[in-house]
Design a protein around this ligand. Structure first.
Ligand SMILES: [Fe+2]
Length: 227
């Protein structure tokens, strides 16, 4: 992991969401991850740092990450960003229908796709469980994990579209195989600003289940088939 990266973490809105700007400080290009809540703050932060936003990346399409109506709130999001910044919006193909109104601005991606940002290469990791198209972004030894992995916990799996079985595999196989030193930047401030995959593998109980059945019992669901 080098220091040749621009990464700005902003906690915005009443749900402790983290919005990220990530990019190449030499090319002065960055992406914005999960633009929501305070679009002007995001745009002004990039401008103040002399960074050009070249893409918007969506970890998943819940309203607190992309904007919309939630709990009586009208949350600004991707739509408002596109009024200020001409850019493409990258979403996992499993959730494209939630953002289909963006037409040609929408780019559908799948796991292991990559995106070049200046000299950096960003890799999309498909980590379903919280939602079908949840994805994490790996860039220069950093993982931006959305609502899949939090510091000390993980995203909910009792929501429409959630799948606790997939969450188990996302946590214990897809993310656990990353190098221990990978720096973790989650989608909400539920346990601090950042951690590492190694710390979470040692201390996060949701990454430590040895068997799927144990995980499903704790997560209160799973695919229970009644006779
Ligand atoms: Fe979510």
């Amino acid at each position: 992991m080098s220091d040749a990266i621009y990464l700005k973490q902003m906690e915005l809105g009443p749900m402790q969401n983290f919005v990220y700007l990530v990019g190449d400080p030499v090319a002065r290009q960055c992406v914005v991850v999960d633009p929501a809540w305070e679009i002007e703050t995001i745009v002004q932060t990039a401008a103040a740092d002399d960074m050009t936003i070249v893409a918007a990346l969506v970890t998943h399409t819940h309203q607190d990450h992309v904007g919309g109506h939630l709990f009586g709130m009208d949350i600004p999001g991707v739509e408002d960003l596109l009024e200020k910044v001409k850019t493409k919006v990258y979403v996992h193909k499993a959730e494209r229908e939630f953002l289909k109104g963006y037409g040609s601005d929408l780019v559908k991606v799948d796991g292991n796709d990559t995106l070049r940002v200046g000299r950096l290469e960003l890799t999309f990791l498909h980590t379903p469980g919280h939602t079908p198209g949840s994805q994490c972004f790996l860039v220069d030894g950093r993982l931006i994990s959305g609502d899949t992995l939090f510091i000390g916990s993980c995203g909910r799996t009792d929501l429409p579209g959630s799948d606790p079985t997939e969450m188990y595999y996302s946590l214990t196989q897809r993310l656990a195989k990353l190098p221990d030193e990978t720096v973790l930047f989650p989608g909400h401030n539920y346990g601090g600003l950042s951690s590492t995959i190694g710390n979470e593998k040692r201390g996060n109980p949701f990454m430590r289940f040895a068997a799927l059945g144990d995980f499903l019992r704790v997560m209160g669901g799973g695919r229970i088939v009644l006779p």
